[in-house]
Design a protein around this ligand. Structure first.
Ligand code: NOJ
Length: 552
Protein backbone atom coordinates (compact mmCIF):
# COMPACT_ATOMS: atom_id res chain seq x y z
CA UNK A 1 0.00 0.00 0.00
CA UNK A 2 1.40 3.38 -0.98
CA UNK A 3 2.18 5.96 1.67
CA UNK A 4 -0.90 8.07 2.30
CA UNK A 5 -3.29 5.58 0.65
CA UNK A 6 -6.46 5.40 2.74
CA UNK A 7 -6.54 2.20 4.80
CA UNK A 8 -9.75 0.85 3.33
CA UNK A 9 -8.52 0.74 -0.27
CA UNK A 10 -6.53 -2.40 0.44
CA UNK A 11 -7.83 -3.61 3.82
CA UNK A 12 -8.53 -7.21 4.73
CA UNK A 13 -11.64 -7.24 6.89
CA UNK A 14 -12.69 -10.22 9.00
CA UNK A 15 -16.41 -10.83 9.40
CA UNK A 16 -17.45 -11.67 12.94
CA UNK A 17 -20.87 -13.31 13.16
CA UNK A 18 -21.17 -12.65 16.87
CA UNK A 19 -23.56 -15.44 17.86
CA UNK A 20 -21.12 -18.01 16.47
CA UNK A 21 -17.72 -16.49 17.19
CA UNK A 22 -17.02 -16.97 20.91
CA UNK A 23 -19.30 -17.42 23.89
CA UNK A 24 -18.02 -15.62 26.98
CA UNK A 25 -20.86 -16.33 29.41
CA UNK A 26 -21.59 -19.98 28.67
CA UNK A 27 -25.16 -19.68 27.41
CA UNK A 28 -24.26 -21.32 24.09
CA UNK A 29 -24.56 -18.08 22.09
CA UNK A 30 -21.50 -16.02 21.16
CA UNK A 31 -21.26 -12.56 22.71
CA UNK A 32 -19.15 -9.44 23.06
CA UNK A 33 -17.36 -10.84 26.11
CA UNK A 34 -16.22 -13.81 24.01
CA UNK A 35 -15.25 -11.57 21.11
CA UNK A 36 -13.10 -9.38 23.37
CA UNK A 37 -11.07 -12.36 24.58
CA UNK A 38 -10.43 -13.44 20.98
CA UNK A 39 -9.38 -10.07 19.54
CA UNK A 40 -5.68 -10.93 19.92
CA UNK A 41 -6.33 -13.93 17.66
CA UNK A 42 -7.58 -11.57 14.94
CA UNK A 43 -4.68 -9.18 15.39
CA UNK A 44 -2.26 -12.07 15.14
CA UNK A 45 -4.06 -13.50 12.09
CA UNK A 46 -3.06 -10.29 10.37
CA UNK A 47 -6.34 -8.70 9.30
CA UNK A 48 -6.81 -4.93 9.35
CA UNK A 49 -10.36 -4.66 10.61
CA UNK A 50 -13.41 -6.57 11.72
CA UNK A 51 -17.01 -6.24 10.66
CA UNK A 52 -19.47 -7.31 13.32
CA UNK A 53 -22.87 -8.61 12.11
CA UNK A 54 -25.81 -7.06 14.05
CA UNK A 55 -25.60 -7.02 17.84
CA UNK A 56 -28.60 -4.76 18.37
CA UNK A 57 -31.73 -5.58 20.40
CA UNK A 58 -33.76 -7.97 18.31
CA UNK A 59 -36.35 -10.72 18.62
CA UNK A 60 -33.87 -12.70 16.46
CA UNK A 61 -36.40 -13.73 13.83
CA UNK A 62 -33.56 -13.36 11.30
CA UNK A 63 -30.56 -13.77 13.61
CA UNK A 64 -30.44 -10.07 14.46
CA UNK A 65 -31.15 -8.65 10.99
CA UNK A 66 -34.54 -7.77 12.47
CA UNK A 67 -33.55 -4.80 14.61
CA UNK A 68 -35.84 -3.38 17.30
CA UNK A 69 -33.42 -0.68 18.49
CA UNK A 70 -30.55 0.47 16.30
CA UNK A 71 -28.77 2.29 19.09
CA UNK A 72 -28.27 -0.34 21.77
CA UNK A 73 -26.97 -3.88 22.24
CA UNK A 74 -29.07 -7.01 22.75
CA UNK A 75 -28.60 -8.55 26.22
CA UNK A 76 -27.76 -11.89 24.60
CA UNK A 77 -24.59 -10.21 23.26
CA UNK A 78 -23.85 -7.96 26.27
CA UNK A 79 -24.20 -4.27 26.99
CA UNK A 80 -23.51 -1.00 25.26
CA UNK A 81 -20.62 -0.43 27.68
CA UNK A 82 -19.08 -3.76 26.63
CA UNK A 83 -19.53 -2.84 22.98
CA UNK A 84 -17.66 0.42 23.58
CA UNK A 85 -14.94 -1.44 25.44
CA UNK A 86 -14.65 -3.91 22.54
CA UNK A 87 -14.12 -1.06 20.06
CA UNK A 88 -11.45 0.40 22.34
CA UNK A 89 -9.71 -2.98 22.75
CA UNK A 90 -9.73 -3.52 19.00
CA UNK A 91 -8.23 -0.08 18.39
CA UNK A 92 -5.51 -0.80 20.95
CA UNK A 93 -4.61 -3.87 18.91
CA UNK A 94 -4.52 -1.86 15.69
CA UNK A 95 -7.81 -3.28 14.38
CA UNK A 96 -10.56 -1.12 12.97
CA UNK A 97 -14.20 -1.94 13.62
CA UNK A 98 -17.14 -1.87 11.21
CA UNK A 99 -20.70 -2.46 12.36
CA UNK A 100 -23.67 -3.61 10.33
CA UNK A 101 -26.44 -1.09 9.66
CA UNK A 102 -29.82 -2.51 8.59
CA UNK A 103 -31.77 0.29 6.89
CA UNK A 104 -34.15 -1.56 4.59
CA UNK A 105 -36.39 -2.85 7.37
CA UNK A 106 -36.84 -2.98 11.12
CA UNK A 107 -38.19 -5.69 13.37
CA UNK A 108 -41.95 -5.84 13.69
CA UNK A 109 -41.22 -5.29 17.39
CA UNK A 110 -39.51 -1.94 16.75
CA UNK A 111 -41.57 0.76 18.53
CA UNK A 112 -42.23 2.49 15.21
CA UNK A 113 -43.92 -0.58 13.76
CA UNK A 114 -45.92 -1.18 16.93
CA UNK A 115 -47.07 2.45 16.76
CA UNK A 116 -47.96 1.99 13.10
CA UNK A 117 -50.09 -1.06 13.82
CA UNK A 118 -51.95 0.85 16.52
CA UNK A 119 -52.53 3.86 14.25
CA UNK A 120 -55.15 4.13 11.49
CA UNK A 121 -54.51 3.87 7.74
CA UNK A 122 -53.08 7.09 6.35
CA UNK A 123 -51.57 8.09 9.73
CA UNK A 124 -48.04 9.52 10.02
CA UNK A 125 -47.08 6.40 12.02
CA UNK A 126 -47.96 4.17 9.06
CA UNK A 127 -46.11 6.49 6.68
CA UNK A 128 -42.77 5.29 8.05
CA UNK A 129 -43.42 1.85 6.53
CA UNK A 130 -45.14 0.66 3.36
CA UNK A 131 -48.76 0.03 4.27
CA UNK A 132 -51.24 -0.34 1.43
CA UNK A 133 -54.84 -1.42 0.94
CA UNK A 134 -55.21 -4.84 -0.63
CA UNK A 135 -56.51 -5.49 -4.11
CA UNK A 136 -59.75 -7.41 -4.76
CA UNK A 137 -63.30 -6.60 -3.68
CA UNK A 138 -62.57 -6.50 0.03
CA UNK A 139 -58.84 -5.97 -0.08
CA UNK A 140 -58.20 -9.68 0.27
CA UNK A 141 -55.42 -9.78 -2.33
CA UNK A 142 -51.87 -8.50 -1.75
CA UNK A 143 -51.28 -4.97 -3.13
CA UNK A 144 -48.88 -6.26 -5.78
CA UNK A 145 -47.03 -9.38 -6.93
CA UNK A 146 -43.75 -8.88 -5.05
CA UNK A 147 -42.13 -11.97 -3.56
CA UNK A 148 -40.13 -12.18 -0.32
CA UNK A 149 -36.42 -13.09 -0.65
CA UNK A 150 -37.15 -15.85 1.84
CA UNK A 151 -40.06 -17.25 -0.18
CA UNK A 152 -43.79 -16.51 -0.32
CA UNK A 153 -45.50 -13.14 -0.80
CA UNK A 154 -43.73 -9.96 0.31
CA UNK A 155 -46.93 -8.68 1.95
CA UNK A 156 -48.75 -9.59 5.15
CA UNK A 157 -52.17 -8.38 6.13
CA UNK A 158 -52.78 -6.60 9.42
CA UNK A 159 -55.71 -7.16 11.71
CA UNK A 160 -57.31 -4.08 13.27
CA UNK A 161 -58.06 -3.80 17.01
CA UNK A 162 -61.58 -5.17 16.45
CA UNK A 163 -60.15 -8.28 14.80
CA UNK A 164 -61.10 -7.24 11.25
CA UNK A 165 -58.54 -7.70 8.43
CA UNK A 166 -56.96 -4.37 7.59
CA UNK A 167 -54.17 -2.99 5.39
CA UNK A 168 -51.19 -4.93 4.16
CA UNK A 169 -47.52 -4.09 4.85
CA UNK A 170 -44.47 -4.83 2.73
CA UNK A 171 -41.63 -7.08 3.85
CA UNK A 172 -39.03 -8.06 1.28
CA UNK A 173 -37.72 -10.54 3.90
CA UNK A 174 -39.70 -12.20 6.68
CA UNK A 175 -43.09 -10.91 7.92
CA UNK A 176 -41.16 -9.93 11.07
CA UNK A 177 -39.05 -7.47 8.99
CA UNK A 178 -41.35 -4.69 7.71
CA UNK A 179 -39.73 -2.50 5.03
CA UNK A 180 -39.16 1.15 5.87
CA UNK A 181 -40.42 3.96 3.66
CA UNK A 182 -37.35 5.84 2.45
CA UNK A 183 -39.54 8.63 1.05
CA UNK A 184 -40.20 9.65 4.64
CA UNK A 185 -37.78 12.27 6.05
CA UNK A 186 -38.09 10.79 9.55
CA UNK A 187 -36.52 7.58 8.29
CA UNK A 188 -33.59 9.56 6.88
CA UNK A 189 -33.14 11.49 10.11
CA UNK A 190 -33.32 8.42 12.29
CA UNK A 191 -30.63 6.55 10.35
CA UNK A 192 -28.33 9.54 10.33
CA UNK A 193 -28.77 9.61 14.07
CA UNK A 194 -27.86 5.92 14.22
CA UNK A 195 -24.72 6.43 12.14
CA UNK A 196 -23.64 9.30 14.38
CA UNK A 197 -24.45 7.34 17.52
CA UNK A 198 -21.91 4.67 16.59
CA UNK A 199 -19.39 6.99 14.89
CA UNK A 200 -19.38 8.97 18.16
CA UNK A 201 -18.42 5.72 19.89
CA UNK A 202 -15.41 5.33 17.65
CA UNK A 203 -16.57 2.80 15.07
CA UNK A 204 -14.75 3.07 11.77
CA UNK A 205 -17.63 2.34 9.45
CA UNK A 206 -20.58 0.22 8.46
CA UNK A 207 -21.52 -2.63 6.24
CA UNK A 208 -24.89 -1.68 4.76
CA UNK A 209 -27.41 -4.50 4.75
CA UNK A 210 -29.50 -4.83 1.55
CA UNK A 211 -28.00 -1.58 0.29
CA UNK A 212 -29.77 -2.01 -3.07
CA UNK A 213 -33.25 -2.36 -1.56
CA UNK A 214 -34.15 0.89 0.17
CA UNK A 215 -35.81 2.76 -2.70
CA UNK A 216 -38.99 1.40 -4.24
CA UNK A 217 -40.50 2.58 -7.54
CA UNK A 218 -43.27 5.16 -7.25
CA UNK A 219 -46.66 3.43 -7.11
CA UNK A 220 -45.11 0.03 -6.27
CA UNK A 221 -45.75 -1.49 -9.72
CA UNK A 222 -45.88 -5.25 -10.24
CA UNK A 223 -42.58 -7.01 -10.93
CA UNK A 224 -44.30 -9.21 -13.55
CA UNK A 225 -41.85 -11.49 -15.30
CA UNK A 226 -38.61 -9.74 -14.20
CA UNK A 227 -36.26 -11.90 -12.16
CA UNK A 228 -33.47 -10.77 -9.84
CA UNK A 229 -30.69 -10.85 -10.82
CA UNK A 230 -32.00 -9.72 -14.19
CA UNK A 231 -31.81 -12.45 -16.82
CA UNK A 232 -28.81 -11.96 -19.15
CA UNK A 233 -31.05 -11.14 -22.13
CA UNK A 234 -32.80 -8.29 -20.28
CA UNK A 235 -31.64 -4.84 -21.34
CA UNK A 236 -28.93 -3.48 -19.06
CA UNK A 237 -30.90 -0.44 -18.04
CA UNK A 238 -34.28 -1.98 -17.28
CA UNK A 239 -35.36 -0.90 -13.79
CA UNK A 240 -36.60 -3.49 -11.33
CA UNK A 241 -39.38 -2.02 -9.11
CA UNK A 242 -37.62 -2.71 -5.83
CA UNK A 243 -33.98 -3.61 -6.38
CA UNK A 244 -31.27 -1.13 -7.33
CA UNK A 245 -33.65 1.77 -7.91
CA UNK A 246 -31.78 4.96 -8.86
CA UNK A 247 -33.16 6.93 -5.88
CA UNK A 248 -31.21 4.78 -3.46
CA UNK A 249 -28.06 6.69 -4.35
CA UNK A 250 -29.38 9.87 -2.73
CA UNK A 251 -29.29 8.11 0.62
CA UNK A 252 -25.64 7.19 0.22
CA UNK A 253 -24.64 10.68 -0.87
CA UNK A 254 -26.07 11.92 2.41
CA UNK A 255 -24.37 9.15 4.40
CA UNK A 256 -21.01 9.90 2.82
CA UNK A 257 -21.29 13.44 4.16
CA UNK A 258 -21.98 12.09 7.63
CA UNK A 259 -18.91 9.86 7.45
CA UNK A 260 -16.76 12.72 6.21
CA UNK A 261 -17.79 14.93 9.09
CA UNK A 262 -15.75 12.58 11.36
CA UNK A 263 -11.98 12.43 11.59
CA UNK A 264 -9.99 9.42 10.42
CA UNK A 265 -11.46 7.82 7.26
CA UNK A 266 -14.79 6.33 8.39
CA UNK A 267 -16.16 4.11 5.64
CA UNK A 268 -19.04 2.09 4.22
CA UNK A 269 -19.24 -1.21 2.39
CA UNK A 270 -22.41 -1.99 0.47
CA UNK A 271 -24.12 -5.33 0.50
CA UNK A 272 -25.72 -4.82 -2.90
CA UNK A 273 -26.59 -7.95 -4.86
CA UNK A 274 -26.36 -6.16 -8.20
CA UNK A 275 -24.67 -8.47 -10.62
CA UNK A 276 -23.98 -6.03 -13.44
CA UNK A 277 -20.66 -4.38 -12.69
CA UNK A 278 -21.56 -1.04 -14.28
CA UNK A 279 -24.58 -0.84 -11.95
CA UNK A 280 -22.70 -2.07 -8.89
CA UNK A 281 -20.06 0.63 -9.20
CA UNK A 282 -22.68 3.36 -9.07
CA UNK A 283 -22.64 2.65 -5.32
CA UNK A 284 -18.96 3.52 -5.11
CA UNK A 285 -18.87 6.75 -7.08
CA UNK A 286 -16.66 9.34 -5.37
CA UNK A 287 -19.52 11.02 -3.48
CA UNK A 288 -21.19 7.77 -2.39
CA UNK A 289 -19.97 4.66 -0.58
CA UNK A 290 -16.33 3.68 -0.36
CA UNK A 291 -16.59 0.00 -1.21
CA UNK A 292 -19.10 -2.67 -2.27
CA UNK A 293 -18.81 -6.44 -2.01
CA UNK A 294 -18.10 -8.14 -5.27
CA UNK A 295 -20.52 -11.05 -5.13
CA UNK A 296 -19.86 -12.05 -8.73
CA UNK A 297 -16.54 -13.37 -7.48
CA UNK A 298 -18.21 -15.20 -4.59
CA UNK A 299 -20.74 -16.98 -6.79
CA UNK A 300 -18.35 -17.77 -9.62
CA UNK A 301 -17.87 -21.51 -10.04
CA UNK A 302 -14.30 -22.80 -9.85
CA UNK A 303 -13.67 -22.36 -13.58
CA UNK A 304 -10.76 -20.39 -14.95
CA UNK A 305 -12.63 -18.63 -17.72
CA UNK A 306 -15.43 -17.45 -15.45
CA UNK A 307 -13.05 -16.29 -12.72
CA UNK A 308 -11.06 -14.30 -15.23
CA UNK A 309 -14.17 -12.72 -16.74
CA UNK A 310 -15.37 -11.69 -13.29
CA UNK A 311 -12.00 -10.24 -12.33
CA UNK A 312 -11.74 -8.27 -15.58
CA UNK A 313 -15.33 -7.01 -15.48
CA UNK A 314 -15.00 -5.96 -11.87
CA UNK A 315 -11.69 -4.17 -12.28
CA UNK A 316 -12.75 -2.32 -15.39
CA UNK A 317 -15.96 -1.10 -13.81
CA UNK A 318 -14.26 -0.03 -10.57
CA UNK A 319 -11.53 1.79 -12.46
CA UNK A 320 -14.19 3.82 -14.25
CA UNK A 321 -15.21 5.39 -10.92
CA UNK A 322 -11.84 5.30 -9.17
CA UNK A 323 -12.90 2.86 -6.44
CA UNK A 324 -10.99 -0.26 -5.32
CA UNK A 325 -12.69 -3.63 -5.85
CA UNK A 326 -13.67 -5.61 -2.74
CA UNK A 327 -13.19 -9.36 -3.11
CA UNK A 328 -15.21 -11.85 -1.13
CA UNK A 329 -15.56 -15.64 -1.15
CA UNK A 330 -17.89 -16.26 1.76
CA UNK A 331 -20.27 -14.80 4.32
CA UNK A 332 -23.06 -15.88 6.66
CA UNK A 333 -25.61 -16.10 3.80
CA UNK A 334 -23.92 -18.55 1.44
CA UNK A 335 -22.66 -22.12 1.61
CA UNK A 336 -19.05 -22.31 2.74
CA UNK A 337 -16.64 -22.28 -0.19
CA UNK A 338 -15.00 -25.58 0.78
CA UNK A 339 -18.36 -27.27 0.20
CA UNK A 340 -19.31 -25.25 -2.87
CA UNK A 341 -16.03 -26.15 -4.56
CA UNK A 342 -16.33 -29.78 -3.41
CA UNK A 343 -18.82 -30.49 -6.18
CA UNK A 344 -18.63 -30.79 -9.91
CA UNK A 345 -18.74 -27.11 -10.87
CA UNK A 346 -21.76 -25.83 -12.78
CA UNK A 347 -21.63 -23.13 -15.47
CA UNK A 348 -24.03 -20.99 -13.50
CA UNK A 349 -23.57 -18.90 -10.34
CA UNK A 350 -23.16 -20.97 -7.21
CA UNK A 351 -24.30 -19.64 -3.89
CA UNK A 352 -26.06 -22.27 -1.82
CA UNK A 353 -25.91 -26.03 -1.87
CA UNK A 354 -29.63 -25.95 -2.71
CA UNK A 355 -28.39 -24.88 -6.16
CA UNK A 356 -26.45 -28.14 -6.54
CA UNK A 357 -29.39 -30.52 -6.24
CA UNK A 358 -27.76 -33.33 -4.32
CA UNK A 359 -24.42 -33.59 -6.16
CA UNK A 360 -22.08 -35.43 -3.78
CA UNK A 361 -19.26 -33.44 -2.21
CA UNK A 362 -15.56 -34.32 -1.94
CA UNK A 363 -14.29 -32.21 0.91
CA UNK A 364 -10.66 -32.95 0.23
CA UNK A 365 -11.07 -31.54 -3.29
CA UNK A 366 -13.12 -28.62 -1.97
CA UNK A 367 -10.44 -27.81 0.58
CA UNK A 368 -7.68 -27.92 -2.02
CA UNK A 369 -9.61 -25.49 -4.21
CA UNK A 370 -10.49 -23.26 -1.25
CA UNK A 371 -6.78 -23.02 -0.39
CA UNK A 372 -5.98 -21.99 -3.95
CA UNK A 373 -8.90 -19.55 -3.94
CA UNK A 374 -7.54 -17.97 -0.74
CA UNK A 375 -4.26 -17.13 -2.48
CA UNK A 376 -6.14 -15.74 -5.47
CA UNK A 377 -8.41 -13.67 -3.20
CA UNK A 378 -5.53 -12.13 -1.30
CA UNK A 379 -3.44 -11.44 -4.40
CA UNK A 380 -6.09 -9.43 -6.23
CA UNK A 381 -5.82 -5.63 -6.28
CA UNK A 382 -8.10 -3.92 -3.75
CA UNK A 383 -9.62 -5.02 -0.47
CA UNK A 384 -10.81 -8.43 0.71
CA UNK A 385 -13.14 -9.90 3.31
CA UNK A 386 -12.68 -13.14 5.23
CA UNK A 387 -15.70 -14.74 6.91
CA UNK A 388 -15.03 -16.31 10.31
CA UNK A 389 -14.11 -19.95 9.89
CA UNK A 390 -12.93 -19.43 6.30
CA UNK A 391 -9.40 -19.24 7.68
CA UNK A 392 -10.01 -22.64 9.31
CA UNK A 393 -11.31 -24.24 6.12
CA UNK A 394 -14.62 -25.11 7.77
CA UNK A 395 -17.01 -26.92 5.48
CA UNK A 396 -20.75 -26.27 5.38
CA UNK A 397 -22.49 -28.39 8.00
CA UNK A 398 -24.88 -30.17 5.69
CA UNK A 399 -26.49 -32.60 8.11
CA UNK A 400 -27.90 -30.29 10.78
CA UNK A 401 -31.10 -31.95 11.98
CA UNK A 402 -34.19 -30.23 10.61
CA UNK A 403 -35.41 -29.35 14.11
CA UNK A 404 -32.36 -27.20 14.94
CA UNK A 405 -32.60 -25.08 11.79
CA UNK A 406 -33.44 -21.46 12.60
CA UNK A 407 -33.18 -19.59 9.32
CA UNK A 408 -36.60 -18.13 8.42
CA UNK A 409 -35.94 -19.15 4.83
CA UNK A 410 -36.43 -22.81 5.78
CA UNK A 411 -39.95 -22.14 7.06
CA UNK A 412 -40.89 -19.70 4.31
CA UNK A 413 -39.93 -22.21 1.63
CA UNK A 414 -41.71 -25.03 3.50
CA UNK A 415 -38.36 -26.82 3.82
CA UNK A 416 -37.47 -26.70 0.11
CA UNK A 417 -34.37 -24.74 1.09
CA UNK A 418 -32.06 -25.92 3.86
CA UNK A 419 -31.40 -22.26 4.61
CA UNK A 420 -28.17 -20.70 5.82
CA UNK A 421 -27.59 -22.31 9.22
CA UNK A 422 -24.95 -24.67 7.83
CA UNK A 423 -22.42 -21.82 7.49
CA UNK A 424 -23.29 -20.32 10.90
CA UNK A 425 -22.23 -23.16 13.19
CA UNK A 426 -20.15 -21.89 16.15
CA UNK A 427 -16.38 -21.80 15.63
CA UNK A 428 -14.14 -24.56 16.99
CA UNK A 429 -11.29 -23.04 19.00
CA UNK A 430 -9.67 -25.90 20.89
CA UNK A 431 -10.06 -29.31 22.45
CA UNK A 432 -11.19 -32.69 21.25
CA UNK A 433 -14.98 -32.42 21.40
CA UNK A 434 -17.82 -29.89 21.21
CA UNK A 435 -18.07 -27.11 22.25
CA UNK A 436 -14.40 -26.98 21.17
CA UNK A 437 -13.66 -23.98 23.40
CA UNK A 438 -16.48 -21.95 21.84
CA UNK A 439 -18.09 -21.80 25.30
CA UNK A 440 -16.08 -21.71 28.54
CA UNK A 441 -15.51 -24.92 30.50
CA UNK A 442 -18.57 -25.77 32.60
CA UNK A 443 -20.94 -23.82 30.31
CA UNK A 444 -24.59 -24.21 31.16
CA UNK A 445 -25.76 -24.69 27.58
CA UNK A 446 -24.70 -26.36 24.33
CA UNK A 447 -23.75 -24.19 21.34
CA UNK A 448 -26.89 -22.81 19.67
CA UNK A 449 -26.18 -24.98 16.62
CA UNK A 450 -24.43 -28.34 17.12
CA UNK A 451 -20.80 -28.59 15.98
CA UNK A 452 -19.76 -31.76 14.15
CA UNK A 453 -17.43 -33.93 16.28
CA UNK A 454 -15.24 -34.23 13.15
CA UNK A 455 -14.17 -30.60 13.66
CA UNK A 456 -11.63 -31.75 16.27
CA UNK A 457 -8.95 -31.51 13.58
CA UNK A 458 -10.09 -28.06 12.43
CA UNK A 459 -9.85 -26.12 15.69
CA UNK A 460 -7.58 -23.10 15.96
CA UNK A 461 -5.55 -25.09 18.46
CA UNK A 462 -5.15 -28.10 16.16
CA UNK A 463 -4.14 -25.98 13.16
CA UNK A 464 -1.77 -23.61 14.91
CA UNK A 465 1.80 -24.52 14.08
CA UNK A 466 0.80 -27.07 11.44
CA UNK A 467 2.41 -25.71 8.28
CA UNK A 468 -0.07 -27.59 6.09
CA UNK A 469 -3.15 -26.18 7.77
CA UNK A 470 -5.56 -23.65 6.28
CA UNK A 471 -5.01 -21.37 9.26
CA UNK A 472 -1.25 -21.21 8.73
CA UNK A 473 -1.83 -20.62 5.00
CA UNK A 474 -4.00 -17.59 5.81
CA UNK A 475 -1.51 -16.35 8.41
CA UNK A 476 1.38 -16.62 5.99
CA UNK A 477 -0.56 -15.02 3.13
CA UNK A 478 -1.74 -12.12 5.29
CA UNK A 479 1.81 -11.59 6.57
CA UNK A 480 3.19 -11.46 3.05
CA UNK A 481 0.36 -9.23 1.89
CA UNK A 482 1.32 -6.70 4.54
CA UNK A 483 4.95 -6.59 3.57
CA UNK A 484 5.06 -7.26 -0.17
CA UNK A 485 5.01 -3.98 -2.10
CA UNK A 486 3.04 -5.50 -5.02
CA UNK A 487 0.06 -6.57 -2.93
CA UNK A 488 -3.03 -4.64 -1.85
CA UNK A 489 -4.27 -1.83 -4.09
CA UNK A 490 -2.66 -1.30 -7.46
CA UNK A 491 -2.53 -2.66 -10.97
CA UNK A 492 -2.30 -6.16 -12.37
CA UNK A 493 -1.99 -7.79 -15.76
CA UNK A 494 -2.57 -11.26 -17.08
CA UNK A 495 0.37 -13.27 -18.34
CA UNK A 496 -0.11 -15.78 -21.07
CA UNK A 497 -1.25 -19.07 -19.56
CA UNK A 498 -2.63 -22.36 -20.83
CA UNK A 499 -6.38 -23.01 -20.83
CA UNK A 500 -7.53 -23.58 -17.27
CA UNK A 501 -4.83 -21.48 -15.64
CA UNK A 502 -4.71 -17.93 -14.32
CA UNK A 503 -1.40 -16.11 -14.23
CA UNK A 504 -1.61 -12.65 -12.68
CA UNK A 505 1.40 -10.37 -12.55
CA UNK A 506 1.71 -7.41 -10.20
CA UNK A 507 4.56 -4.96 -9.86
CA UNK A 508 7.12 -5.12 -8.51
CA UNK A 509 8.13 -8.71 -9.15
CA UNK A 510 5.07 -10.70 -8.16
CA UNK A 511 3.09 -13.43 -9.93
CA UNK A 512 0.13 -15.43 -8.68
CA UNK A 513 -0.37 -18.62 -10.63
CA UNK A 514 -3.59 -20.58 -10.16
CA UNK A 515 -4.18 -23.97 -11.71
CA UNK A 516 -7.91 -24.45 -12.17
CA UNK A 517 -7.46 -27.32 -14.65
CA UNK A 518 -6.74 -31.01 -14.23
CA UNK A 519 -3.19 -31.03 -15.64
CA UNK A 520 -0.02 -29.84 -13.90
CA UNK A 521 1.27 -26.42 -14.91
CA UNK A 522 4.90 -25.41 -15.44
CA UNK A 523 6.15 -22.63 -13.17
CA UNK A 524 7.99 -19.82 -15.04
CA UNK A 525 11.79 -20.22 -15.15
CA UNK A 526 13.67 -18.33 -12.52
CA UNK A 527 10.60 -17.68 -10.38
CA UNK A 528 10.99 -18.23 -6.63
CA UNK A 529 7.95 -19.60 -4.75
CA UNK A 530 6.94 -17.37 -1.84
CA UNK A 531 3.92 -19.35 -0.73
CA UNK A 532 1.92 -22.21 -2.24
CA UNK A 533 -1.48 -23.63 -1.41
CA UNK A 534 -0.08 -27.16 -1.84
CA UNK A 535 3.19 -28.88 -2.75
CA UNK A 536 4.56 -28.64 -6.28
CA UNK A 537 4.94 -32.01 -8.01
CA UNK A 538 8.34 -33.78 -8.16
CA UNK A 539 9.16 -32.07 -11.45
CA UNK A 540 8.43 -28.64 -9.98
CA UNK A 541 5.06 -28.15 -11.68
CA UNK A 542 1.91 -26.75 -10.08
CA UNK A 543 -0.68 -29.52 -9.62
CA UNK A 544 -4.41 -29.16 -10.33
CA UNK A 545 -6.45 -26.94 -7.98
CA UNK A 546 -3.35 -25.36 -6.50
CA UNK A 547 -2.02 -21.79 -6.46
CA UNK A 548 1.41 -20.32 -5.87
CA UNK A 549 2.73 -16.83 -5.18
CA UNK A 550 6.02 -16.27 -6.95
CA UNK A 551 8.75 -13.72 -6.74
CA UNK A 552 9.96 -12.95 -10.27
C1 NOJ B 1 -28.65 -9.70 4.22
C2 NOJ B 1 -28.11 -10.33 5.46
O1 NOJ B 1 -26.76 -10.64 5.26
C3 NOJ B 1 -28.96 -11.54 5.72
O2 NOJ B 1 -28.42 -12.39 6.69
C4 NOJ B 1 -30.34 -11.08 6.07
O3 NOJ B 1 -31.19 -12.19 6.19
C5 NOJ B 1 -30.90 -10.16 4.99
N1 NOJ B 1 -29.94 -9.21 4.51
C6 NOJ B 1 -32.08 -9.38 5.52
O4 NOJ B 1 -31.64 -8.43 6.46
Amino acid sequence: MGVGTPWWRSAVVYQVYPRSFADGDGDGVGDIGGLRTRLPYLAELGVDALWVSPWYPSPMADAGYDVSDHRDVDPVFGTLAEAEAMVADAHDLGLRVLLDVVPNHTSDEHPWFQQALAAPPGSPERERFLFRDGRGRSGELAPNDWISRFGGPAWSRTVDPEGRPGQWYLHLYSPKQPDLNWRNPQVWEDFERTLRFWFDRGVDGFRIDVAHGLAKAEGLPDVEELTWPLAPEVDADVEHPHWDQPDVHEVYRAWRKVAESYPGERIFVAEAWVDRPHRLVRYVRPDELHTAFNFDFLVAPWRARRLREVIDGTREAHESVGAPPTWVLANHDVAREVSRYAREQPDTPLRSLDDLAGLPGHLELGTRRARAAALLLLALPGGAYVYQGQELGLPEVEDLPQEVLQDPRVRQTAGRSRGRDGCRVPLPWSGERPPFGFSPAGASAQPWLPQPPSWAGLTVGAQTGDPDSMLELYRAALRLRRTHPALGEGGMRWLEAPEGALAMARDPGFVCLVNVSASPLPVPDGARPLLASGPLDPSGRLPADTAVWLSV
